[in-house]
Design a protein around this ligand. Structure first.
Ligand code: PEP
Ligand code: MG
Length: 900
């Protein structure tokens, strides 16, 4: 038997089901599931994602059995819907939509009304009793088909949609303002004018044969899988190119058949806040695309919080259809046990469901919905934890606008996606990408967005649109990306050509700063200051559940008491890295540091170091106090000394003046410290080995701070002194001796001891190879995966930005290895280091303090590799806690989660 490429649905049954998403795509699988649940779904069929792969393998050809399978499925649809495809008296019309495993806004979306031609249009008119409707449907088909399938699009950014130009001319000629004011005859003329336009611009005839139309649309869907936009979207979202898309062919139902018809989209809970309210928008007498395209601003479905008194809700106008919709959404949410995003159409009073899928939501909504669903008994805690993407938490952890700050609100739109964003105004997506690549913060301002804007949206701090509702493309995509968005801000008049927008009598030009408050829908002039968010309630509950699941500890990288406090508030269990060099730059310290560097002998250096000691001690005292007995890993000086000296003539002269030394002496020192490869030069423990007095001072500062904290405030501390950049065991023992000696001296001065450990960074590949020997001496390892990646790959961490981006685009590397740990290569070094280290010291404490310690995939790797903890920047602590819980859940097996 040949493979099944076509799966039918409709009439309360289906060949497929929700768990066949890989084969049927998200949309197809859910249409099948809804049919199986007895929910009214217009009949149709899904051509599988497998067919998409076969199509490409066969060099854009189809296997012969496909035609027959499609014809059989079409016959079923004809029977259920009681109409015939191409039947001139009683025509069945269909829509064709793409549908990958995950929703992909970069792909071909929809062609409606397939099956209409010069003859069937009369059948449609007779059936509907509405001539205008018939010609309008035909006009829409020619327009959509011309655009999506035949590729008649504007040739430049400036050019308007050519079909819209013709349409506008017609309206002008007739002296009317709205499409709906055009008559049947006008529309009939438009059909011919559109066809002529297609012939002229594309050199092809619009196909009148319904089957030819259908095959053209199928081809366009499969073709769009490898279109530039889809490829870009896949790259941004890590979607494999071989998944393919399914094609959904479905009987048309009409929301534009008069005032008893309509169409809408809804979320079963509020996607911005997570509140348990049915939240949706609809348009009377309209087709589905009108709601999301933002051309007309839709009305709320019910009297929830979104509606205001003067708006006519669906509940008021069509109470029966609304009641059915309510029953269906409750059934769907209960069935899928998750918040759904649904699309519906009402044709002459009868409700049809066109789609259901897991609704995209903000991080705040995701947390609230997950926690609420646990209390409602719909899901368990483990599922709740698994539903929140760790990276998504970023949205919650980042600052919001300072309520006390002065704000100049220039306009208000819809609060489409929460957050606070400031940036410079840019009007075009490719400009946005260009500006962002130069490091500019930008706000993308569009009349409305389309899938073509994905690239620009992804690099923007925030998005502002003049048109569109809460479910417009901009709103949905921004929420998915976790970006702040203000949509439907009608007060701004955008002029793309002159790159400016006007609001009242104010003009905002490209490059001007604005700020967006995505929770209030406010647009403000300039940069508004921000404050740290207040996290409590549901967030803490969810994090506690995550903590109950995770096995790996989470520490933070912090160099100040303030950062340490932020991290503790976010749940840090210790400090995994204090970079002491950061403490040398502030105020008078840099002077003493420079004095030390300029000193000609040990005595001179010691004198200068004695000045630094009290500062260092104060810093450590403050950190130990905040950490209140939690372990604190302090790393000895790491960067090359030239980093502390000025390199510009002007600054060198100033330093000479301040220190009372000839400028030549400074220049000579800078020259002598010059290195060809400073990252591989005189840094890390190599400094401590040549200048042991530096390590000695630092160790003394650590132990004195610990002893004084005990004495003055009776507080414990657990210092873990860490030697950087060790590559041989000799380097480590050399430094350990200095540290231990300083400890002994301090303890005997104070008359009591503090428990401490001495360990090392593992960040040089050789250290991984000889980890067994190092672990005989070192009490802990902390993987410095920034340097380990640098030295393992041989990519300079300061220069790799120039080519890594290209590497990722070309697929040479899956991601930037400085952001996501390269498990395949560098990961082996880490695993080897742990395994060899524990071969000589079985209870060796192991952590990571490179940037990867807060990156969810890398955290999962660290869990699997058997580390004791990860350490990351304070704002990433909750992300790491959640990622660590996800690692355990993944290891234990599949979670009960139906729709991903
Ligand atoms: C590392 O190399 O991973 C590390 C944490 O140290 P630094 O980034 O300070 O070199
Ligand atoms: Mg390092």
């Amino acid at each position: 038997m040949s493979a099944q490429y076509v799966y039918a649905f409709g009439g309360s049954k289906a060949d497929g089901a929700a768990d066949m998403k890989n084969l049927l795509g998200g949309k197809g699988a859910n249409l099948a599931e809804m049919s199986n649940l007895g929910i009214p779904v217009p009949a149709g069929f899904t051509i599988t994602t497998e067919m998409c792969s076969v199509y490409y393998k066969m060099n854009r050809q189809y296997p012969p059995e496909l035609d027959q399978q499609i014809r059989q499925a079409m016959t079923k649809v004809e029977q259920i819907m009681g109409a015939g495809f191409g039947d001139r008296d009683n025509p069945l019309l269909v829509s064709v939509r793409s549908g990958a495993r995950v929703s992909m806004p970069g792909m071909m979306d929809t062609v409606l009304n397939l099956g209409l031609n010069k003859e069937t249009v009369n059948g449609l008119i007779a059936k509907s009793g509405n001539e205008r409707f018939g010609w309008d449907s035909y006009r829409r088909l020619v327009q959509m088909y011309g655009d999506v399938v035949l590729g008649l699009k504007p040739e430049s950014k400036e050019e308007e949609d050519p079909f819209e130009v013709v349409l506008n001319e017609k309206k002008k000629a007739r002296g009317v303002a709205l499409d709906t004011d055009l008559t049947a005859d006008d529309l009939k003329e438009l059909v011919e004018e559109f066809k002529a336009l297609i012939k002229k611009r594309m050199g092809v005839e619009f196909p009148e044969d319904p089957w030819q139309q259908l095959w053209g649309a199928i081809e366009a869907v499969f073709g769009s899988w490898n279109g530039a936009r889809a490829i870009k979207y896949r790259q941004l979202n890590g979607i494999p190119g071989d998944w393919g898309t399914a094609v959904n062919v479905q009987a048309m139902v009409y929301g534009n058949m008069g005032e008893d018809s309509g169409t809408g989209v809804a979320f079963t809970r509020d996607p911005a806040t997570g509140r348990k309210i049915f939240y949706g928008e609809y348009l009377l007498n309209a087709q589905g695309e009108d709601v999301v395209s933002g051309i007309r601003t839709p009305q709320p479905v019910n009297k929830g919080t979104q509606s205001s008194a003067d708006q006519q809700t669906l509940q008021d106008i069509m109470p029966v259809a609304y009641k059915t919709l309510e029953d269906i959404y409750l059934k769907l949410e209960k069935h899928y046990r998750d918040m759904q995003d649904i699309e519906f159409t009402i044709q002459q009073g009868k409700l049809w469901m066109l789609q259901t899928r897991m609704g995209k939501r903000t991080a705040a909504a995701a947390v609230k919905i997950a926690v609420d669903m646990v209390s409602e008994g719909l899901i368990d805690k483990r599922t709740a934890v698994s539903r929140i993407e760790p990276a998504q938490l970023d949205q919650l952890l980042h600052p919001t606008f300072d309520p006390k700050a002065e704000k100049k609100v220039i306009a208000k739109g819809l609060p489409a996606s929460p957050g606070a964003a400031s940036g410079r105004v840019v009007f075009h997506s490719d400009d946005a990408e260009e500006w962002a690549a130069r490091g500019e913060k930008i706000i993308l301002v569009r009349i409305e967005t389309s899938p073509e804007d994905i690239g620009g949206m992804s690099v923007a701090q925030g998005i502002l649109t003049a048109f569109g509702g809460m479910t417009s493309h901009a709103a949905v995509v921004a929420r998915g990306m976790g970006k702040c968005c203000v949509a439907g801000c009608g007060a701004i008049a955008i002029n793309y050509k002159n790159k400016l927008f006007a609001v009242n009598d104010l003009t905002v030009k490209e490059g001007d700063w604005i700020s967006l408050d995505g929770s209030a829908g406010e647009v403000m002039l300039g940069q508004v200051p921000t404050v740290v968010p207040d996290l409590s309630g549901d967030f803490n509950k969810l994090m506690e559940w995550a903590d109950g699941i995770r096995k790996i500890g989470v520490r933070t990288n912090a160099d100040t008491p303030n950062d340490s406090q932020v991290a503790v508030n976010f749940g840090a269990e210790g400090i995994g890295l204090t970079r002491t060099e950061h403490m040398f730059f502030e105020g008078d310290r840099i002077k003493a540091m420079r004095e030390m560097i300029l000193a000609d002998d040990v005595e001179g250096r010691k004198k200068a170091l004695a000045k630094i000691l009290p500062y260092q001690k104060d810093d450590f005292y403050g950190i130990f106090k905040v950490m209140d007995g939690r372990p604190v890993t302090i790393r000895l000086l790491d960067p090359p000394l030239h980093e502390f000296l000025p390199h510009e003539d002007e600054n060198q002269a100033e330093m000479a003046r301040e220190m009372g030394v000839p400028v030549e002496k400074i220049k000579a020192k800078v020259d002598s410290l010059h290195e060809f490869n400073p990252m591989l030069g005189h840094r890390g423990c190599r400094l401590g080995t040549t200048y042991p007095e530096i390590s000695e001072m630092q160790a003394r500062a650590i132990f004195e701070a610990a002893c004084e904290l005990k004495k003055k405030e009776n507080m414990d501390s657990h210092p873990e002194v860490m030697v950087p950049l060790v590559g041989t065991v000799g380097e480590f023992t050399d430094q350990k001796a200095v540290i231990d000696k300083a400890a002994e001296a301090v303890f005997s001065e104070h008359g009591f001891k503090i428990e401490y450990m001495v360990g090392t960074m593992i960040e040089i590949p050789r250290a991984c190879l000889v980890a067994d020997k190092i672990a005989e001496q070192a009490e802990f390892f902390s993987f410095g995966t920034n340097d380990l990646t640098q030295m393992g790959f041989g990519y300079s961490r300061d220069d790799a930005g120039k080519f890594l981006h290209e590497y990722v685009i070309k697929g040479i590397l899956p991601e930037d290895p400085f952001q996501v740990l390269d498990q395949e290569g560098i990961g082996q070094l880490v695993e080897m280091g742990i395994q060899r280290g524990r071969s000589t010291r079985p209870n060796l404490k192991v952590g990571i303090c490179g940037e990867h310690g807060g990156e969810p995939n890398s955290v999962e790797f660290c869990h699997r590799a058997g580390m004791n903890y990860v350490s990351c920047s304070p704002y990433r602590v909750p992300i790491a806690r959640l990622a660590a819980a996800h690692a355990v859940i993944k290891e234990q097996g599949k979670v009960e989660q139906k729709d991903v």
